[in-house]
Design a protein around this ligand. Structure first.
Ligand SMILES: Cc1cc2nc3c(=O)[nH]c(=O)nc-3n(C[C@H](O)[C@H](O)[C@H](O)COP(=O)(O)OP(=O)(O)OC[C@H]3O[C@@H](n4cnc5c(N)ncnc54)[C@H](O)[C@@H]3O)c2cc1C
Length: 368
């Protein structure tokens, strides 16, 4: 079985196999019981409520609470994106400082920082398209806070390789680490990495107290820079054939939901817009994953081009898509997003206040 199978059956099995108790105790460890569901959530194959409700069919709210709390982080970042739009792509609350440059650190891109757990995590990213949350935090911290690089271009490098690449979770997490979305920067040291990475490494540039790491000059190994080549290779496909008596359903790399309006006769079209992928490039691995998920949707055809260049667009009786901040330019009707806690609207404050409101809602709904 591949690391990230693409059938809905396999995804359901993955949800059903998650041990929420083990998750709560081990999620921060690099070999912990994490769900690896993010590629399916980010690509819109399954929604947050779909995952939560399926988990709650067999686990109590108390047992599943830590997992639901993490799902809420995703919802929080998404909702900020929906409300604030492109503001998430620049320093959100505070300017990052100090910043020496806007490039990428060569030893990070080459997985040769000398810190075993991190270099392995970067290799895993290249080979599988997945990186554990704690490694993402370590990498982002080394790049932005120790290497003093502005977060934006390095975040694009990571996004490029992630099967779960999600512009809100990615940009805002990098900003959280770099202190532009949060009140303080996130730092790590070798002791912390050894604890969670199950290593015993010593004498690295991070083998120091937190205070020393926070004050250090940029270590030599983090000084050489590169500009990674981040280009998207779009597939070559046949021109789609349309039935202009039926509605047009637009899918994209963030909506590959096989159950979306699946009973309705329609033209189903995955649209891959070059302008979008020029702006936010993805690797060949990621593109293969997107296409493999798309092939699970009955009758789906693929169109490479801008939405307004779809032949005779005005001739369709209806055009439908799912509402999404990256695709607001689509014409037609937009189905509402599926939130975990649609009645909670406090997203302008901190995550903690958002979570408190969600938790209250969760307990009210699920406590007998
Ligand atoms: C620098 C950095 C970049 C990141 N980039 C992305 C990204 O591009 N796409 C992405 O989906 N996530 C991103 N994350 C968040 C998080 O690392 C991943 O969602 C998580 O590691 C996915 O693995 P999992 O499904 O096994 O997580 P689990 O721990 O099993 O969590 C279950 C689900 O909860 C959500 N979740 C968990 N932790 C977070 C978190 N910290 N922030 C937001 N949602 C979370 C995810 O949807 C995840 O699938 C990033 C985090 C950091 C620190």
């Amino acid at each position: 079985m591949s690391t990230f199978p693409v059938t809905l059956e396999a995804i359901n099995q993955r949800i059903d196999a998650l041990d929420v108790t083990a998750y709560a105790h081990t999620r921060n460890y690099l070999n912990g019981s994490v769900s690896r569901l993010s590629p399916y959530l980010s690509r819109g194959v399954v929604s947050l409520p779909y995952v939560m409700n399926r988990i709650l069919q067999r686990a109590s709210v108390n047992d599943a609470q830590k997992f639901i709390y993490e799902l809420c982080w995703r919802e929080y970042f998404q909702r900020i994106w929906f409300e604030q739009g492109n503001r998430i792509f620049s320093d959100f609350n505070n300017a990052q400082q100090p910043v020496k440059h806007h490039q990428m650190i060569k030893s990070v891109a080459d997985a040769t920082t000398g810190i075993e757990a991190i270099d392995q995590g970067i290799q895993e990213l290249y080979s599988t398209g997945y990186m554990h949350n704690h490694v993402r935090m370590y990498v982002a911290s080394i790049v932005t806070n120790v290497g003093q690089v502005h977060w934006h271009n390095p975040s694009k490098w990571m996004y490029y390789h992630l099967l779960d690449g999600d512009l809100a979770s990615n940009s805002l997490s990098w900003q959280w680490v770099a202190g532009t979305f949060s009140s303080k920067k996130y730092f790590c040291n070798q002791d912390n990495i050894n604890t969670y990475g199950n290593t015993t490494q010593r004498d690295t540039f991070l083998d120091q107290s937190y205070e020393a790491v926070m004050r250090m000059n940029v270590p030599e190994v983090l000084q050489p820079v590169i500009s990674p080549d981040l280009t998207t290779i779009l597939p070559v496909v046949n021109s789609p054939l349309f039935d202009y008596n039926l509605p047009l359903l637009l899918y994209n790399s963030c909506n590959l939901d096989p159950l979306w309006r699946n009973e309705e006769p329609a033209n189903r079209l995955l649209i891959l817009e070059p302008s979008y992928f020029n702006h936010y490039p993805v690797s060949a691995n990621v593109m293969d994953f997107i296409l493999s998920l798309a092939y699970q949707i009955n009758g789906l055809q693929i169109y490479i081009g801008e939405v307004n260049d779809i032949p005779a667009l005005a001739a369709f009786p209806e055009i439908l898509s799912k509402e999404h901040p990256a695709f607001r330019h689509y014409p037609g009707i937009k189905d509402e997003p599926e939130w975990l806690f649609p009645s909670v609207n406090r997203v302008k404050g901190s995550f903690t206040s958002f979570w408190k409101a969600c938790e209250k809602n969760l307990m009210q709904k699920h406590t007998p």
